[in-house]
Write a protein that binds this ligand. Sequence first.
Ligand code: G3I
Length: 479
Amino acid sequence: MMESVFRLPARTLAGLAVTALAATALVAVATTTSATAATGLGQLAAAKGKYFGTALANNHLGESAYATVADREFNSVTPENEMKWDATEPSRGSFNYTGGDAIVSHAQAHGQSVRGHTLVWHSQLPSWVSNGGFNSSTLTSIMQNHISNVAGHYQGKLYAWDVVNEAFNDDGSRRQSVFQTTIGDSYIATAFQAARAADPSAKLYYNDYNIEGVNSKSTAVYNMVKAFKQQGVPIDGVGFQAHFILGQIPSDLQANLQRFADLGVDVALTEVDVRMQTPADSTKLATQSGNYNTLTKACLNVTRCVGITVWGVTDTYSWVPDVFSGYGAPLLFDDNYNSKPAYTGVSNAFGGTTSSPSPSASPSASPSASPSSSPGTGKACSATYALVNQWNTGFQSEVTVKNSGSAAISGWTVTWTFPNGQTITQLWNGTLSQSGANVTVKNASYNGALAANASTTFGFTGNWSGTNGIPSSVNCTGA
Ligand code: G3I
């Protein structure tokens, strides 16, 4: 599918009008994103209020073993290459969403949320951009137009976007990409503002590697995020790629995640792998299992660590051997889709059983054991309303739904009455009905099941005028 359009101003301006309220009014702490896989690591993660995802490559989805494992184990996906600039805007103003659309449809059909990757990056950048010789204002327009089109195309369908990827060097200085050398430091904030305007419901992330421990690079990113929060630049999260070497997980990983979370952003491990010198042997695989266990626990121990994504389903298709000669075997499933000890390392961290799936295991049929929904059986939930952004006549809110009872629930209904005639224009991660001031939101197909104490969120944008008061009470009923 090719589209040839230049689109920008209207929504950009609306988004840029986001007030300083954006930085201060986020009351609730978002935890869960959404989906629950039929079985597997995604389900274990969801029970802890996190997601567990994988990079997904469209060209492998036709292989049944690949798709079976991907759909069984993961409740979040990141397109490995399909949403990058070279794929989405190979020539100026010509947009191609074929691969990205296929990933999104597959994810939607399997109850998986999607992390968009990535809008602005020096790599996989077509030469018409990197070698175009544009001046600052033209390249800024080109970047804004790219973001407006690509993020606009996926508006409302993605959980998050990696807005800017790998903009720093290891010493903490800015990478001399064409965006940096032509536009200067301001390009990153400009990109985030354009992304917010194009898709107000996506969480906006800065994403990088070698920032997992406290070091010069992570501190430079930390200082940028801190400044963005102070200046009202719309950033919601930081992605730590976590391309690790066997036995070299930084000892301060958890502390580093926590210091970013303390700035008021979500954090996530976004591209995890743990590479080893090949061939693998049982000692290395055991070490790798411990490494995966450690990194999973680091995320679990940080409330605002929303989830973990591994960078591929199987060792066979990992990027590692192509780039690091003599290294490989970095993922949870081997070349034959057998789960590795690393799988058990993750599963144990989530409190799962030690058994790992057999390679031939097909996805379990349906979550048929639907619990009884009779009242008075400990099924209860609570809902917390948070105003996230507010501008001119628009606003964005987020509601956190928590299972506050002693039993698992299989669905929830949240209701409230708007005090000032607000109307919802778009809602995600739930199903909406609004009648006058009365709002009812039921769970989406993928986020109704919540274990005791687990939580999920839904969000929406709406219109207001005069006053934008917060509902005095928000009710939740669990089923
Ligand atoms: O699409 C072409 C295909 O037409 C051609 O026949 C083939 C021949 O080599 O190449 C294909 O492109 C490859 C592309 O992946 C799609 O498969 C590129 O050569 C190859 O370089 C590219 O590698 C990707 C790499 O990013 C590029 O930088 C990896 O799959 C992908 O896993 C990797 O992911 C990055 C993250 O986006 C950012 N963080 C680091 C991470 C690992 O490098």
